[in-house]
Design a protein around this ligand. Structure first.
Ligand SMILES: [Zn+2]
Ligand SMILES: [Zn+2]
Length: 131
């Protein structure tokens, strides 16, 4: 069992620690990104789409700027693993499933951070170990 999905990234906390100039740039890009997504959803152009082009560009710019702004944390993630964004809500510590991306066979929460599929697997592993 790994615990790789246990650490969470709290965007609200990270945002509060950024200087105002970085918040301004990141905030503006976030708004432009969502406008691009809206445009892409409704665009009837398939070969060349300015919304898709801007979304790709803005995602890249955001990744660069945010990675720069949080360089120390990003560097630490290379060793500890990238934390799961807290916006996702509960995540299973064993398999990484969530309310938005459940296990194939369907699952719910056995505990706050363990899904029923993985709780059953753990139970079977215990039974096997006792044989
Ligand atoms: Zn699970
Ligand atoms: Zn699950």
């Amino acid at each position: 069992m790994t615990d790789r999905f246990v650490t969470r990234f709290d965007g609200i906390e990270a945002w509060s620690k950024l200087p105002a100039e970085q918040q301004a740039v990141i905030g503006a890009l976030a708004l432009e990104l969502i406008v691009a997504c809206h445009g892409e959803d409704t665009c009837d152009l398939h070969e060349v789409c300015p919304y898709e082009a801007s979304r790709t560009l803005i995602e890249r710019q955001l990744q660069e700027i945010v990675s720069d702004a949080m360089a120390d944390q990003v560097e630490a993630w290379a060793k500890s693993g990238t934390p799961v964004p807290s916006a996702l809500g509960k995540v299973c510590r064993d398999c990484g499933c969530s309310h938005f991306d459940p296990c194939e066979e369907g699952c719910w929460w056995a505990t706050d951070d363990l899904c029923t599929t993985c709780a059953n697997k753990r139970k079977w592993a215990e039974v096997e170990a006792q044989r």
